[in-house]
Write a protein that binds this ligand. Sequence first.
Ligand SMILES: Nc1ncnc2c1ncn2[C@@H]1O[C@H](COP(=O)(O)OP(=O)(O)OP(=O)(O)O)[C@@H](O)[C@H]1O
Ligand SMILES: [Mg+2]
Length: 485
Amino acid sequence: MSRVNHAVVGVASSAKPASDAVDATLSDTGVYISGSLRNRLVVTLIGGVAALTLLLYVVVRDYAAQIAQQSQDSILRASVSSMLDTAVIRNGIVELDIPHSAFSMLNTAKDDRVFYAIYQDDKLLSGYANLPRSSAQTTPPASTTAVLESALYQGVPIRQITASRLLVAGGKRASVSATVAQTQDALSDTLRAITLKAALYGAGFFSLAVLLSAWVTSSTIRPLRQLANSVARRGPQDLSPLSQPVPTEMVALVSAFNHLMARLEKSFSQSEEFIAEAAHRVRTPLSTVRSHAESTLQRVDKEENRQALRSMIRAIDESSRAATQLLDHAMITFRASQFEYHSIDMVEIVRDIVVRLTPIAQMKDVELRLEGQPKVITLGDPILIQNAVRNIVDNALKYAPSESLITITVRSDPKPTIQVCDQGAGFPENEIKNLTRRFARGSNAAGTIGSGLGLTIAKDVADAHTGTLNISNQTSGGACVIFSL
Ligand SMILES: Nc1ncnc2c1ncn2[C@@H]1O[C@H](COP(=O)(O)OP(=O)(O)OP(=O)(O)O)[C@@H](O)[C@H]1O
Ligand SMILES: [Mg+2]
């Protein structure tokens, strides 16, 4: 378990932001965070959509206003030209017979008021004298082009058209100009309705676009989240490459991750192999030295020398035990990273260990009692579990007093569990949480041969099976270790 954790800590501590300018916060997991992709996407998409909606609204409204204005203008143009068409010079006098249709064509649903003024040169012939005069009336009539203007008349906005016509008859020339103006109540109503509709369509378009952006954001983020979940769900020993399909943009990230995993796997297995090889090489000469020391001890009489030889044998035993445990630990670590689940009977594994350790137990006058169910079938790696349980029972034999009882209970309910309880002094209470660390030995272990790896092995095996190792003291006295899968 510790392997991958070391790797993660390493990455986190070196993952500082590239420059101080980067606005990053440190998360609980030790990773620097610079904003959220989801928020960035949502803000960009919704901001863009809002700007587009506003633009669309303004364009639609202006275009509609222009169309509405054009239709009023063309009626005004028809009205003024129907007036001017009737202008004639009769007997030297300018006459106009304003047709009824010139006004009736301007009828609107809102009964807009119509004003007109007809001038011969600068003289008002008919109509409203105070109607604002346009430039077309004040300048000499060079053409018959109509001039359209928006103005205020009697405090009300009006649209007016002015056109003029040059009459020539019997040697007389006269310039006649006509202005027709109309209030804009109906037009304002139309514009208000169009504006409201444009706003409603805009709001609908905006809501749809917001939904669409939410969907786009979540479907863009989904592969990232799935990848993060599948990495987070991995067992601590799992260094296998990621095999799930990912979008093209994530290929570089996943392949970098897979390369890293491959390098880690290689370097771990190399270091475990190295430890195993080193332990093996140390153990062999140690046993030779031990047998020499033992035989010398038989032959030496001087107490001083005998004492030195005994210390030497003990030191050799310590080193040999450490080498054995290191070898086991390396094997466990290697196997835990790539084991396959088999159907196993935990009771059979425990019974086998009890048989093997019974001679040692008998030497100490300790009884090993197997209790619980007759069969507990589960899935696991038999070699790993055997190693873990052997270390736990070995501890009970080492740290429990002679003439005591060690109870090993195997149960399947609520989960496959092996419980080993002894009648010794128990774990040193304030050291319990550290005892599963590598090379950690309790204060009660002084004088007992050991290397501090037994509980580490048991815990690593439990972790590899996604199980737990619980160590505690019984209220009635004695240590109790619960290994569950
Ligand atoms: N049954 C027990 N009763 C009391 N203390 C225990 C018991 N089992 C373990 N301990 C304490 O936990 C410590 C760690 O145990 P662990 O098995 O990891 O190491 P060890 O027994 O010292 O060495 P080895 O690697 O040879 O097993 C021991 O040193 C001891 O202090
Ligand atoms: Mg031990």
